[in-house]
Design a protein around this ligand. Structure first.
Ligand SMILES: Nc1ncnc2c1ncn2[C@@H]1O[C@H](COP(=O)(O)OP(=O)(O)OP(=O)(O)O)[C@@H](O)[C@H]1O
Ligand SMILES: [Mg+2]
Length: 366
């Protein structure tokens, strides 16, 4: 009996996306089925190129076709992706503000210096390496980090519609207050000036098509942060904490702030989780305490996105303008960031798949 498209679709209708809980056909993920004799090829459009389940789903597709259609079939799924748009997309299109940006993710912490900017930058670079279109925006006007972490200094150009053109490095589009505002002037800026600058910065820049736009927030949970998260239609927030109690208290306030304004918390990252001396890789010193952020995530019932070790090359990468995920790809910290990037993308896909339809439009962009 010959293989038909219908039978292939029926088989793939039995493959469930483990994150989204529905089958690939219902999820509209299957495209371009072609059959030549025993050769069966098709495209599987996952919801993110950073999908941690990619291999698992691929194998499940092959098995399903062999099992239900023809045990001798040569099944060749091509794994591709189409990132889905998150909350507020319809509103963004309607107002032509960030219309091509599918998901905006804020990276926040309560306490300063816990590694928000480091996590933002490495998250962005890591997602870009999976093939996603990524941008990063540094909203910390008093202490911008992105210019240093990417080693860029030039002032962004302006296009014919008078919009800022983001710079680009390591496959990531970037803009920072630090590229536009003289640091000596910035210190006297007040809250409302900062938030209106951030708003302009987002809406009056040519971001183009992006799967993920990462926003590095200034430390704290004060007025400035609150205004930013209410101004921008965020898909969700990532909270960074170190394991010690003072940082965790502030991380909890961060989670509470996002929940109060109905922004989903995608998860918590534990940074500086432990130190492994380069000459004794089997040892782990828990300098700032152990599993604090992991336990906090469990207590608050938000996902735990992973832990990043304290590693000298992370700090060196940030200072020299080549993030560890761009330079030292296979180090333990890079591995950790890649895992965190995948988990974050996974959480975004899950949120977007389960989104209440009203969320698509009812977000105010003030
Ligand atoms: N896992 C790590 N290993 C080693 N150094 C790290 C790690 N994470 C962050 N750092 C270093 O710690 C310092 C603070 O990190 P970073 O600037 O990312 O924190 P932040 O939370 O953005 O700070 P701020 O609150 O000032 O915005 C930087 O020098 C950075 O290079
Ligand atoms: Mg920072």
């Amino acid at each position: 009996m010959s293989i038909t498209k219908e039978k292939v679709l029926e088989a793939l209708g039995n493959v469930i996306d483990p994150d989204l809980g529905k089958d690939l056909v219902t999820l509209n993920m299957i495209e371009n089925i072609s059959i030549e004799g025993k050769k069966v090829a098709f495209t599987v459009n996952l919801t993110t190129p950073a999908c941690p389940m990619k291999d698992e789903i691929r194998h499940a597709c092959i098995n399903a076709v062999k099992h239900l259609v023809d045990s001798e079939a040569e099944v060749e799924p091509e794994m591709s992706s189409k990132v889905q748009a998150g909350r507020g997309q319809a509103k963004r299109e309607e107002t032509d503000t960030l219309a091509g940006v599918k998901n905006i993710i804020a990276v926040a912490s309560g306490k300063g210096g816990v590694g928000k900017s480091t996590v933002s930058v490495n998250l962005a670079v890591s997602l870009a390496k999976t093939g996603a279109k990524v941008g990063i925006v540094d909203t910390d006007i008093y202490g911008p980090s992105i210019p240093t972490m990417f080693n860029v200094r030039e002032r962004p150009n302006i296009n014919t519609q008078r919009k800022l053109i983001p710079l680009e490095k390591y496959g990531v589009k970037l803009l920072s207050m630090g590229l536009l505002v003289d640091q000596d002037q910035a210190v006297v800026w007040r809250g409302p000036m900062v938030s209106s600058a951030v708003k302009q910065f987002l809406s009056e820049a040519e971001w183009g098509e992006l799967d993920y736009l990462i926003m590095d927030l200034p430390p704290g949970t004060g007025d400035i942060q609150l205004t930013i998260v209410q101004t921008v239609p965020l898909t969700g927030a990532v909270i960074v904490s170190t394991p010690q109690d003072v940082a965790l208290d502030d991380a909890r306030k961060g989670v509470a702030m996002f929940q109060k304004v109905n922004v989903p918390v995608l998860g918590i990252v534990e940074n500086m989780a432990f130190f492994t001396p380069p000459d004794a890789p089997e040892k782990r010193y828990h300098i700032f305490g152990r599993d604090g952020a992991r336990n906090l995530a469990a207590r608050l019932e938000v996902p735990f996105l992973g832990e990043v070790p304290l590693q000298q090359t992370v700090r060196e990468g940030s200072d020299s303008g080549m993030p560890v995920t761009a330079g030292d790809e296979n180090s333990p910290a890079s591995e950790a960031f890649h895992q965190i990037a995948k988990k974050t993308a996974q959480q975004i896909s899950i949120r977007n798949a389960n989104m209440d339809p009203t969320e698509k439009i009812e977000i105010k962009f003030r």
